[in-house]
Design a protein around this ligand. Sequence first.
Ligand code: NAD
Ligand code: UFG
Length: 342
Amino acid sequence: MNAYKTVLVTGGAGYISSHATLALLQAGFDLVVLDNLCNASAESLRRVAQLSGRAPVFVQGDIRDRALLDHLLAQHWVQAVLHFAGPKAVGESLAQPLSYYSNNVGGTVNLCQAMAAASVFTLLFSSSATVYGDSATVSITEDQPLGQITNPYGRSKFMVEQLLGDIVASDKRWRVALLRYFNPVGAHESGQIGEDPNGIPNNLLPFVAQVAVGQSPELAVFGHDYPTLDGTGVSDYIHVVDLAEGHLAALKAIYSCPGMEVWSLGTGNGYSVLQLVRAFEAASGRHVPYRLAERRPGDVATCYAHPGKAAAELNWISKRDLHSIMRDAWRWQSQNPDGYRG
Ligand code: NAD
Ligand code: UFG
């Protein structure tokens, strides 16, 4: 039995959100998806509907459009919001900081104002492990001081966390979950939905997949002199379906948690860039040529979650291992070489 019935999913046609949308539809929620399709295709939602046997209501539009939000929240009797919408490329955020602050910070302010006006006080926010910055510890717990954030994208996530804390403190009706994702990777096991980056991917696994199919000649491994097992950076890669299930668990938990809660969603395991490349080669049977390159500014040597708080409070842990991640990523890539355009 779900405590909430109708949920608005902002940015719901995107990579992580399409998997969350599928999980929520399968769990019986009614969904309204608002997405401006600046980094997504409505084809993802068509496939989600095919997989779940139920279609979300889809509205193409922007979270900065207050009149549209007012209309959606009222017309569909929305009770909770999963807020994914916003750009996420670190490099782009350095070149276009105002666009990041307008979308991520301004968009969230607009959304929260519309929610309060419609008496909708439950929000799950897509935050990021990037707010931990270059943490002194490597097994990162939610309560550690937030670190030096090196780019406007990360700072915009941090600012949203702060502003959500302020509105929760000002009005006891709010229930807010800050979900700090580690590195989401992989695809739904059907091979029907997955990550479909625009142009050259920024993140490691989509780039590795493009090298494997010959769309890029080789991978540049950023940094080979870190104090790690093989000198390359170690990160916490979480299967996107596990992450989607984490949202379902958080939505159920927040119903009985007034105030603000923070949960890191990660696996608790770290893998190096070269370990990830080898696991992809094993799952795909393809060779991934690479060259060792300079460190990428803003990267850290080692970063992985301490998943204990989410396990205890959400009764959620990640279940899918590195092999499943690679197998599912490869199935998506090989079945959809041109993403949703194919
Ligand atoms: P994505 O780009 O696939 O999804 C974001 C969606 O939001 C897209 O469908 C895009 O079209 C839409 N969108 C963007 N701006 C919008 C606006 N103003 N109004 C309406 N729709 C808008 O990205 P993703 O990887 O699925 O990330 C989802 C969320 O998770 C983002 O907030 C991102 O910052 C956060 N996050 C992602 C990662 C990651 O590595 N992918 C890690 C941590 C946090
Ligand atoms: N890397 C390479 N070559 C590439 C791309 C990445 O060697 O072409 C390396 C990076 O240096 C890093 C690792 O692969 O060591 C992972 O990099 P990603 O770009 O895939 O991911 P990030 O850790 O930089 O960032 C991701 C999300 C952030 C989120 C963070 C949380 O993009 O939004 O995970 O841990 F905050």
